[in-house]
Design a protein around this ligand. Structure first.
Ligand code: B12
Ligand code: SF4
Length: 522
């Protein structure tokens, strides 16, 4: 009798390449304060891709951001699938090249390859543009019959429903946020600095409400989570659907925060339903209170002079606001940056961030700056919101960096915090974040023997505050400030200052949410 050959299941390994920005708030010292977690968010995109794999495949996810050592490629799989945001692209290509040299088929996907498929295909056998759920079945079928195409664009195929991520392939102890919930995909708007419309289209899609509720139920049961981040671009892109979702969330007794466009302020009924369903905070992409800047940014759906009443309307429902602004549009000078901070203070935003404009590939700004030769740096790691990678118009790169730091210093100063947050009712998390960032900035500049930047420095060009030793176009601190870049005994304040500078509100929100969940014993 001849023994039957064991049937070998085909194997795929998904890899999330190391990214300093995924671990920026997680160096050793902060890890101790944050329950030893190693990265901020679990790699949702890859967990969703894993869910889209046919059952005969053996699937594995390697998240380099949670590893102490870089992943060493091994030809023990049939396919590797590598994901990348722009800041991860350098490492993603390094891994892809190494796997291809070993003869392993490489798929690439995620935001950056979707925006620049021609670049990505130089490192991969097949590139997925947009939704993995939609493209992967076609990529696998073609691979099986030896007819892979270089690029698969999700718009060529019938759209598959948004899948529920496979969390069983990851270790919950590694992440601050292990249960980000995606409720929608895409955005109906078309701001010209934003990657989303180019990659996922303006067709706004919603996930099945029953799947969302089930994912939350499971997270509550298995991980005892009760505070969630909905990792959407625009939770309120479809008001009617959002109302239905809120009704389904209400009985779950959870708390949640998400990102949303400011037109939600038109709908009191929805705002009330959101609050009842547990919404505690919203991230609003405001960019600037200056109309000329909004026009330049292609933010056509709202006028800046309506911002203030809209913000107050949302606040009146008991929902806290994180404001996301951008510095560095052609209409920006130091006065407008200063006015933006004053606006954020006046509107009593709980938190705010002031990243430097980054011309991400695939955006309108990228195309404009490319064609006019204004892009000065294509090192993708520096596309991080803290580096000036293009030629600004009304400020030098150094002035732009200075304005960014002056904004953080002013917004998070004790005086500003006191005016906005007050002492009662106690806003513990906002206060903690403010004090940490304020202390971090003081420590950071104190150690360098420099004065903390302020907008007044623009009136005094010979002020000592301008003593920049490091180049602004290529700042060293933020990119070095990750787990592997800084000695573990470096003071916590240093991380806080650097993390604040590169962080977006999702970073800030994740620290709060993780802490709240931990208090319930996650
Ligand atoms: C939550 C979030 C974060 C979280 C967590 C990110 C994470 N690890 O998932 C945190 C706070 C850490 C974060 C940080 C940053 N973020 Co962010 N973030 C988001 C947000 C709102 C949702 C991401 C998400 O969960 N998507 C859901 C999953 C399912 O989608 P996906 O990852 O794209 O995966 C799908 C497809 O792309 C594809 N796919 C993905 N990988 C692969 C691989 C293969 C092989 C295949 C076949 C398919 C495939 O299939 C998936 C399922 O369909 C997005 C907005 C958005 N629309 O994506 C911004 C977004 C990704 N972030 C952005 C930015 C700018 C940043 C920061 C640079 C901000 C900063 N200054 O710090 C950093 C960079 C962090 C880093 N790792 O380098 C930009 C990206 C721009 C760019 N070109 O890279 C986005 C698009 C926001 C925007 N509208 O501009 N972010
Ligand atoms: S910035 Fe916000 S509103 Fe504008 S296109 Fe991107 S996700 Fe949509």
């Amino acid at each position: 009798m001849i023994a039957a050959e064991p049937i070998q299941r085909p194997r795929i390994r998904f890899i999330n390449p190391n990214s300093k920005l995924s671990t920026i708030t997680m160096p050793e010292l902060i890890r101790h304060m944050t329950f030893t977690r190693k990265a901020i968010f679990m790699p949702t995109g890859l967990a969703v891709c894993a869910a889209a794999m046919p059952s005969e495949w053996e699937v594995e996810i390697i998240d380099e951001c949670t590893r102490d050592h870089p992943h060493v490629p091994d030809a023990d799989v049939d396919i590797v699938g590598i994901s990348a945001m722009t800041t991860q692209a350098n490492r993603a290509y390094e891994l892809a090249d190494a796997y291809r040299r070993m003869g392993v088929t490489v798929f690439m996907g995620g935001i950056h390859p979707s925006a620049l498929p021609e670049e990505a295909r130089r490192h991969a056998d097949a590139v997925c543009c947009g939704d993995g759920e939609t493209c992967l079945p076609h990529m696998l079928a073609d691979w099986k019959r030896g007819a892979l195409r270089p690029v698969y664009d999700w718009t060529e195929f019938p759209t598959a429903p948004i899948a529920t991520p496979r969390k069983d392939l990851l270790d919950p102890r590694d992440y601050l946020i292990f249960n980000p919930i995606q409720t929608t995909r895409g955005c109906p708007h078309n701001c010209n600095f934003c990657t989303t419309p180019g990659v996922f289209g303006r067709k706004f899609r919603q996930r099945r409400i029953a799947d969302i509720v089930e994912e939350i139920r499971e997270a509550k049961e298995r991980f005892r989570s009760w505070v969630f981040i909905f990792a959407d671009d625009d939770f309120g892109g479809n008001h009617k659907w959002a109302l239905e979702l809120c009704a389904a969330l209400e009985p779950l007794g959870i708390r949640w925060a998400s990102q949303c466009d400011i037109l939600i302020s038109n709908n009191d009924k929805l705002l009330a339903a959101m609050r009842r369903s547990g919404c505690v905070g919203l991230i609003l992409g405001l960019e600037s209170p200056n109309q000329a800047t909004l026009t330049e940014a292609g933010k056509r759906y709202v006028a800046s002079d309506s911002y203030e009443w809209r913000i107050r309307r949302i606040l009146s429902h008991g929902i806290k606001l994180w404001g996301a602004f951008i510095f560095g549009f052609d209409t920006d000078d130091w006065h407008s940056c200063r006015d933006t901070v004053r606006f954020a203070q006046r509107c009593e935003l709980s938190m705010a961030c002031f990243p430097i404009l980054t011309p991400y590939p695939g955006t309108g700004v990228w195309h404009d700056y490319q064609s006019s030769g204004r892009i000065v740096c294509e090192d993708w790691e520096r596309y991080n919101g803290a580096s000036v990678v293009y030629e600004p118009k009304r400020m030098t790169a150094q002035q732009l960096c200075h304005a960014q730091m002056a904004a953080f210093a002013e917004f998070y100063s004790f005086r500003s915090a006191f005016r906005r947050l007050r002492l009662w009712p106690v806003k513990k998390y906002a206060w903690l974040a403010h004090l940490a960032i304020e202390r971090g900035i003081r420590h950071y500049y104190g150690k360098r023997g420099r004065r903390i930047p302020s907008f007044a420095d623009f009136l005094h060009p010979d002020s000592l505050a301008w003593d920049h030793r490091e180049s602004c176009a290529a700042p060293v601190e933020p990119t070095a400030a990750n787990t592997r870049g800084l000695a573990s005994d470096a003071p916590a304040e240093q991380f806080v200052a650097e993390a604040a500078r590169v962080s977006d509100p999702y970073h800030q929100a994740s620290l709060v949410v993780a802490d709240l969940n931990a208090r319930r014993g996650t």
